[in-house]
Design a protein around this ligand. Structure first.
Ligand code: DD3
Length: 330
C-alpha cells in the first residue's frame, strides 16, 4: 500500500481528521471547538447519545449512527482506516499479542497496536437534517428511467422545491472552508474549478483515492444541464485534474476513473476522480457517467443530455421516488 508523500512521524498535523481540516467552516458550534477546531484532545463526541444505528458494514468496517450532540440531531460515521505499509514495522515492533488459536502451522492472534496506529476516521454532521439521517439508513433502491419530459415535470420541480443547500460548496470555492486541502485550482470563472479530496478519503494511501473537482460556475446543476457549450469546461477539468493528480500523487490518468453522477448528491456541477480498482460508492453503471463519454456524446449531439432518457437508482425513502410513483412512472 503506497503511502502518501508526507508521513505521520514527520508531519502529524497533516493527518488530522475532519474537525481539523474544516477548521475554517463556520458551524453553529464553531466557537466551542476552539481555534484549531479540536481544542487539544477535547472530545466533542464524549456527550454523543446514540439514538439508532442507521447502517453498518463488517466488510467496509463502517458504522453510521444517528444520535444527539448537545440536544441537536447528529449523524456520526465511524470508519476503520486501511493499514499503511509505512506503519508495519512499528505495528510489529510495538504491539501486544494474545494468542487466539494454534493449529498445525496456523495461528491467530489478537493484536493490539499502539493507539496512534489504531485511528478511526470520524465524520460528524451536526446539526443533521432529516435528509442526512435518511441518507445513511439502509435502504432498498429502485431503478428509474427519466425521460426529458419526466425531468421537466417531475425531477426539476422537485430539485427546485427541495433547495438542497450547497453552502459547503460555496465555502470551498470562497476559501472559507477546506482551503488548506485544495490540491489544484483553476480560478477562471467560466472554465475554472477547485480540485480537493472528497470527505470519504482519509488521504493516508492512494488505494482509495477520491477527489472531487467543483466548478466555479454556479448555474450548472447536473449532467442534465450540460450542452456542447460546456465541452471546454469539461475538457479543462479532465486535463488539468489528471495533471494535478499525477503531480501530487504520482498516479497517471490511466489509473483514474473520472466521472459524473446522475442523480448527483448535490446540485452543483462536480466531477469525481477515483482510483481504478477502488470500488468507490456510486461508481457503478447505474449512476456513473464517464467524463470522456460525456464529452464525446456532447460532441455528437450538442443536446444529448437534454434529450436522452437517463436511468438512475433511487432509494426507497427518496422523495423523488415518491414523485415518480405519483406520476405513475413506476
Ligand atoms: C456530504 C455530499 C456532502 C454528509 C457527508 C457529506 N467533500 C460534503 C461537506 C464538505 C463534502 C465532500 C453531506 C459535505 Cl459525510 C452529508 O459532502 C465536503 N467536503 N464530499 C469535501 N471535501
Amino acid at each position: 500500500m503506497a503511502d502518501i508523500s508526507t508521513n505521520r512521524e514527520n508531519n502529524p498535523e497533516a493527518f488530522d481528521e475532519f474537525t481539523q481540516r474544516t477548521k475554517k467552516t463556520k458551524t453553529n458550534h464553531g466557537d466551542e471547538q476552539g481555534e484549531n477546531g479540536r481544542e487539544s484532545g477535547k472530545n466533542v463526541l464524549s456527550g454523543f447519545q446514540t439514538t439508532t444505528v442507521l447502517s453498518d458494514s463488517a466488510r467496509e468496517k463502517t458504522i453510521f449512527v444517528h444520535g444527539k450532540l448537545a440536544d441537536q440531531n447528529a449523524v456520526v460515521i465511524l470508519e476503520k482506516t486501511p493499514i499503511r505499509e509505512g506503519a508495519l514495522s512499528e505495528i510489529f515492533a510495538a504491539s501486544t499479542l494474545e494468542l487466539d488459536m494454534r493449529n498445525d502451522i496456523y495461528c491467530t492472534y489478537r493484536l493490539r497496536s499502539p493507539p496512534h496506529l489504531n485511528e478511526m476516521k470520524a465524520t460528524v454532521v451536526c446539526p443533521a437534517t432529516e435528509k442526512h439521517v435518511q441518507k445513511y439508513q439502509r435502504q432498498e433502491s429502485f431503478l428509474v428511467e427519466e425521460t426529458t419530459d419526466d425531468y421537466q415535470s417531475i425531477t426539476l420541480p422537485f430539485i427546485q422545491k427541495q433547495s438542497f443547500s450547497v453552502q459547503w460548496v460555496y465555502n470551498i470555492l470562497e476559501k472559507k472552508a477546506e482551503s488548506e486541502r485544495i490540491v489544484f485550482e483553476d480560478p477562471d470563472p467560466k472554465l475554472g474549478f477547485v480540485l480537493l479530496p472528497d470527505f470519504k478519503w482519509d488521504q493516508k494511501q492512494t488505494d482509495n483515492l477520491y477527489l472531487i473537482a467543483i466548478t466555479h460556475q454556479r448555474n450548472i446543476k447536473s449532467l442534465r444541464d450540460l450542452t456542447s457549450e460546456h465541452i471546454p469546461l469539461l475538457q479543462n477539468i479532465f486535463q488539468k485534474g489528471k495533471e494535478a493528480i499525477q503531480q501530487h500523487y504520482s498516479l497517471p490518468g490511466s489509473k483514474l476513473r473520472v466521472y459524473l453522477h446522475y442523480q448527483p448528491s448535490y446540485y452543483h456541477l462536480h466531477v469525481h476522480f477515483t482510483k481504478l480498482g477502488y470500488d468507490a460508492p456510486g461508481c457503478g453503471v447505474e449512476r456513473a457517467h464517464l467524463l470522456t463519454d460525456v464529452i464525446q456524446n456532447l460532441h455528437s449531439d450538442p443536446h444529448y443530455y437534454k434529450t436522452r432518457t437517463l436511468s438512475f437508482p433511487l432509494r426507497a425513502d427518496d422523495g423523488l421516488l415518491a414523485q415518480f410513483k405519483e406520476a405513475g412512472k413506476l
